[in-house]
Design a binder for this molecule. Sequence first.
Ligand code: FAD
Length: 414
Amino acid sequence: MREQCVIVGAGHAGSQAAASLRQEGYDGQILLVSDERDLPYHKPPLSKGFLKSPDSPALVLRNADFYRDNAIEIVYGATVSEIDRQAKTVRLGDAKRLSYTQLVLATGSRPRLPALSGATLEGIVSLRTLADARRLNELLQGASQAVIVGGGYIGMELAHTLTALGRKVTVLEAAPRVLARSVAPEVSRHVHERSVAAGIEIVTGASVAVFEGVHGRVSQLRLEDGRVFAADLVILGIGAVPNVELAAAAGLAAENGAVVDDHMRTSDPAILAVGDCASFGHWQAGRRLRLESVQNATDQAKNAARTIAGRPSPYREVAWFWSDQGDMKLQTAGLALNADRRVITGSPETNAFAVYHFRRAELVAVDSVNRPADHMIARKLLAIGINPSEADVLAGPQRLKELLSQAPAVLEHS
Ligand code: FAD
């Protein structure tokens, strides 16, 4: 049989895997199976610019010509429901089977839903896909009081977007601070204060107990401590769970995601997994984890393409992420998981500062607000393994650039 790579899922990772396979010279057939009906698109704008201008055509990752010119066939509206590893086929929902010589799982993740009474009332939504964003846009037309459950990235981005659209917004966060899983306490505090100043109500330590409605439509939420919040629109932003059931049902090693090695191979070498659905050993964290970011989806897809093309290289990319919230551009490079010390440069008062995280003398991550130079330099420092001193950090980006310039040979390869 001629080589045929089937890619399950046409999000950031699946679309990139198809493109990178061609760039790597793969000349077999490529089938990109998508359970959605749109050309693969950028997800980040869905919680940011999209709701402000839903008719903007700029969402697509690559235009239709790209897939045609590169002989990448997109199978739209098709859900892969089963993998037969012996026969090397996948079954589409309608019982049709596709053969593969290589299979790439790029199934992403889906919103975590609360197991609470009333959670399925009309007017309660989550945001993952373009279809979700369109639905949210419709609901917004008749809504004036939105409650967002979850003060993570998506929740806080939506809070700013909806406020800019003139809606009254309350964010209910169960943890003691917003963005608690993602950034330093100093950044959380800054985002909290600036969001409140922008008109957003934020309630931390708030655990929702029940959603209540009238005639099947949500009208309020009740917290465990008895407080009640009125709402004609509720958006759930309490995290995501990996779409790993397909891999697990096929007997592939799976835990919090499909388990992959340094080259994105699952426990079956003919099957790879990339992006939000993949659990991988992170070189910096020293343990297995899953990352939900465009950077990770894109870079793992490129890595998988190299593996399939017979040029495997270990996945060693620096993790990075961004989030736009009102007049704050948040960027994070690296992982602060085991950090034990923080150095702050710049000032929250001017809405521009960065937090450098260290584990002993080692730089492990940098969170920044409106300090893009710190972010870009941090990515390079982390990639090369240069550890600035506290004095270097406080001296500012120019000093850090000097440190980088002292390692020119390594930099060329980073
Ligand atoms: P996805 O993009 O989710 O794609 C997976 C695709 O597979 C989906 O289309 C899914 O429907 C499909 N699929 C699943 N199972 C099957 C099946 N069995 N058969 C067929 N198809 C299937 N990241 C950032 O770095 N910066 C940001 O600012 C940012 N903002 C975000 C805002 C929003 C609203 C969202 C939802 C995410 C955001 N992210 C952001 C995260 C980022 O978009 C994800 O990490 C990224 O999309 C992961 O890509 P993926 O291809 O792994 O998964």
